[in-house]
Write a new protein. Structure first.
Length: 486
């Protein structure tokens, strides 16, 4: 039956969880997902908690190097050389244990006030647009203004001060700014605002960001955002080279204050993806085990001016007695990625530099499958869905916030808080079908290869990938039925 208000839709979904899961299990049989592969493949290679299997060439590089005596500083210098080969000598690099470690050391090195010296520390602020995944790039300061104090809510595995809130750095605030043209409606079983960003107006948004920069100028130390480049993340408006306008505008604004623009590109590819030379980003941080396919680790790439401070904090910028580089003790020695991770990063970067189609061809193949299978979705649901290919994230974005246009209720939208509380049925329903889910909240589904859907050379197993996409389509129909819109 139809619902009068959207909270009633989510209440009905919650009441029918058992029925939804039962229908999902039946659907897996109808689709014909082989029982021997259920639970062994998924819709993304980019989950921190379940990394994708590594390609043969990356495994081989790690195994061969692991048997040799190689100073870690020498490996890090190889990575620096690869980065400079592509981006130029004005850029430098530093490897870390995870992308979050890269964010942590970058924010602490560049945005926070100095810890040492007499007297009380001053307070500092950085500006973050209100966008998806804010617990990462927006989680290192105390939220300002106060209305955002609970913006992270119960997000994370452990809520409260031992969870994401515990990342907040000394005397650092984050000014959170809504983007113009975005919709921050409340959705989900665990009802929270969700950033719906396909309508973001970059020109109007940068005016708003500039206004807040002017207000906080005396305390301002930097700007941040995501580095993604799809409509569902608010970066659909691009220049003639395909560079997101809003990212270029934020870089220009940051540079007008002589401040760094630090971007989170966790689910992104170096070299092939978002280009810091074109966006103007000063520092870009990657999760190298996600789209890139290296071992669990992170990579920071940035302009030399800023990388000096970051590399010093990591103990990589030379010894006290004067050396060009080092691999020693410093404030963030705990973020050391280790020898094997460095070896896999080197091989992954070589492939991205010399043979990028190894990573881009699976995206082309996946896009075709997604378009074919979502073309089979019930026509009542199909209108308002957009499908976008992303080489940066080695993914295909399915955005369905458009199904909610003109005051009509569309496909149920789950909040990120739903994901952490186990009430994101668009993700957890996939588990019932034997498919490891992808990121599917805020009206946005990111589908990518590698989690049991690619072969040892990284190329798509089309039959396995198609099972997963069929399951996602069928689950949308099941949820829509219980939501009263189908």
């Amino acid at each position: 039956m139809a619902n009068k208000y959207k909270f009633q839709m989510y209440k009905n979904l919650h009441a029918n969880v058992a029925n939804i899961y039962a229908d999902a299990r039946k659907a897996a049989d109808q689709i014909g997902i082989p029982k021997d592969i259920r639970g062994t493949f998924g819709m993304t290679g980019a989950i921190s908690g379940c990394p994708a299997p590594m390609r043969d060439d990356i495994l081989q590089a790690s195994e061969e190097g692991a048997k040799k005596v190689i100073p870690l500083a020498a490996l890090m210098d190889q990575i620096r050389e690869l980065v400079k080969d592509v981006y130029g000598d004005e850029y430098d690099a530093a490897s870390v244990s995870t992308c979050e470690a890269g964010l942590w050391v970058s924010f602490d090195s560049l945005f926070t006030p100095p810890m040492q010296g007499r007297g009380d520390n001053y307070r500092a602020r950085y500006i973050a647009p209100y966008e998806k995944h804010l617990h990462h790039q927006g989680g290192y300061g105390r939220p300002f203004p106060g209305r955002f104090k609970d913006i992270l809510a119960d997000r994370g595995s452990t809520p409260g001060e031992l969870g994401f809130n515990g990342k907040r750095q000394n005397n650092l605030d984050v000014v959170i700014v809504k983007l113009e043209g975005a919709d921050y409606a409340v959705h989900g079983i665990k009802h929270h605002p969700v950033p719906l960003l396909t309508g973001v107006d970059p020109e109007a948004s940068i005016e708003k960001l500039a206004l807040h920069a002017e207000i906080h100028e005396s305390m301002l130390t930097g700007f941040t955002s995501l580095a993604y480049e799809t409509p569902g993340y608010g970066y659909g408006a691009k220049d003639e080279e395909g560079t997101p306008l809003l990212q270029k505008f934020i870089a220009d604004l940051a540079h007008s204050y002589d401040l760094p623009y630090v971007v989170d590109n966790a689910w992104g590819l170096p070299f092939v993806g978002t280009d810091p030379r074109k966006t103007g980003a000063d520092v870009m941080i990657y999760s190298m085990d996600k789209a890139t396919g290296a071992a669990t680790s992170g990579l920071i790439i940035g302009k030399e001016e800023y990388m000096v401070t970051i590399r010093r904090a990591l103990g990589m910028h030379g010894d006290r007695w004067g050396t060009p580089s080092s691999y020693g003790k410093a404030a963030y020695v705990t973020f050391d990625p280790g020898k094997e991770a460095l070896l896999t990063q080197i091989q992954a970067l070589k492939v991205l530099r010399d043979n990028p189609e190894v990573l881009t061809k699976p995206v082309d193949d996946l896009e075709r499958i997604v378009k074919e299978e979502f073309g089979e979705l019930d026509p009542k649901l199909r209108e308002g869905i957009s499908i976008t290919k992303s080489y940066n994230s080695k993914a295909v974005e399915v955005n369905y916030e458009g199904t909610w246009k003109d005051g009509t209720m569309g496909i149920p939208i789950f909040s990120i808080e739903d994901m952490y509380s186990g009430t994101n049925l668009l993700q957890d329903g996939m588990k019932q079908m034997g498919v490891i889910p992808t990121v599917a909240y805020d009206g946005n589904i990111y589908i990518s290869p590698d989690l049991g859907t690619t072969d040892e050379n990284g190329q798509l197993k089309e039959d396995v990938m198609r099972y997963g996409v069929k399951a996602q389509v069928k689950l949308i129909e099941i949820l829509s039925k219980y939501a009263g819109i189908l």
